[in-house]
Write a protein that binds this ligand. Structure first.
Ligand code: E4P
Ligand code: PEP
Length: 360
């Protein structure tokens, strides 16, 4: 006999038919995390690589390794070939700067939108509004595995908590974005992640919500979730001791400069939270002008050279070519369809110069 719960489980786990449970919405089944992970497994060798990359990132964030953590890559991935092309270049550059920097590739498959817009590869891989999320999950996991095989640590924003279960074993670092740092659900999610996570300040520039988020995520939680088989589950978490603050600017302006960074440090100290600071050189810090990112990175390096050794990480949005383009049927290769990015030529020059300054 079918109880309502087992009917729901069946639809989540195995049924391919369309379900209609309301006039307002319909549901289509997706593979469970377990099914996708089985189809596209992370082998033991690569799992060990991810584990040691997380450890390397932790060491930087906790000040045991003096290198700069650099999370860099496209604002969003919309074309797997271009993303892999970018990843190959980044993997070749990484050893040239590894004495001063650890490069982590942005592999962003979900985008939070201010109102509406394309929400990322995992939602709409065909870029046409068809919403092939099963295809998006598969393509995203396959692509991430290919990037990991290049030796790169991967970063992503965890936006929809259900998506995390499909890819979190592949990530070296994760972000909780400006629009979700205040969300209890995201703090619970982070509390159960065995990886370093950056909480961004709010879109209004408030750092308090990110500091509260770190305190909450450091704590054990019990929360509602799904298990690997897609069944509703009570999830118990241990608390994440490896979170940090990301300064991304806000509606009032940037917060990467030395005075803002000192203000952020003072807020951390007042709250009794010991956490590293990352500066996001894009978003409200660049006023969304990607070509301003080099000047911001150099400012941050100047602050480090002047003695701010809690400024341990930066984020940059970079793609194969400068700028961005609207999402149309005729897309230019290697150009972002979300926020503008610094192109590869400028990125390579910037990272080599930055490493040289850090050596000097
Ligand atoms: O990082 C990307 C964007 O800044 C973020 O997704 C918000 O984008 P939107 O304001 O264009 O919706
Ligand atoms: C959406 C992003 O950032 P923020 O949350 O700072 O807007 C991002 O880094 O892609």
């Amino acid at each position: 006999m079918n109880s309502p719960v087992s009917a729901l489980q069946l639809s989540l786990v195995s049924n391919n038919s369309t379900q209609s449970d309301s006039t307002q919405r319909r549901t289509r089944p997706l593979p469970t995390p377990a099914v996708l992970r089985q189809r596209l497994p992370l082998n033991a060798l690569l799992a060990e690589q991810v584990r040691s990359q997380r450890e390397a990132i932790r060491n930087i964030l906790h000040g045991h390794d003096p290198r700069l953590l650099v999370v860099i890559g496209p604002c969003s991935i919309h074309d797997a070939d271009a993303a892999l092309d970018y990843a190959q270049r980044l993997a070749e550059l990484a050893p040239q700067v590894e004495d001063r920097m650890l490069l982590v590739m942005r592999a962003y498959i979900e985008k939070p939108r201010t109102t509406i817009g394309w929400k990322g590869l995992v939602y709409d891989p065909q870029l046409d509004g068809s919403g092939d999320m099963a295809g998006g999950l598969e393509l995203s996991r396959r692509l991430m595995l290919q990037m990991i095989e290049l030796g790169l640590p991967l970063a992503s924003e965890l936006l929809q908590p259900l998506v995390a279960g499909y890819v979190d074993d592949l990530l070296g670092w994760a972000a909780i974005g400006a629009r979700t740092s205040e969300s209890q659900i995201h703090r619970e999610l982070v509390s159960g992640l065995d990886m370093p996570v950056g909480f961004k300040n709010g879109t209004d520039g408030s750092m308090g919500i990110a500091i509260d988020a770190m305190r909450s995520a450091a704590h054990p939680h019990q929360h509602f979730g799904l298990d690997e088989l897609g069944r509703p589950a009570l999830v118990e978490t241990l608390g994440n001791p490896d979170t940090h603050l990301v300064l991304r600017g806000g509606n009032q302006g940037p917060n990467f400069d030395a005075i803002s960074v000192a203000g952020a440090q003072a807020e951390l100290n007042r709250a009794g939270v010991e956490a590293a600071i990352m500066v996001d050189c894009s978003h409200a810090n660049s006023g969304k002008d990607p070509m301003r990112q080099p000047e911001i990175l150099h400012d941050v390096i100047g602050q480090r050279l002047a003695g701010n050794d809690n400024l341990r990480a930066v984020m940059l949005e970079s793609h194969l070519f400068d700028g961005n383009q609207p999402l149309t049927a005729q897309l230019e290769y290697g150009v972002s369809i979300t926020d503008g990015c610094l192109g590869w030529a400028g990125t390579e020059r910037l990272l080599l110069d930055a490493a040289e300054r850090l050596r000097g």
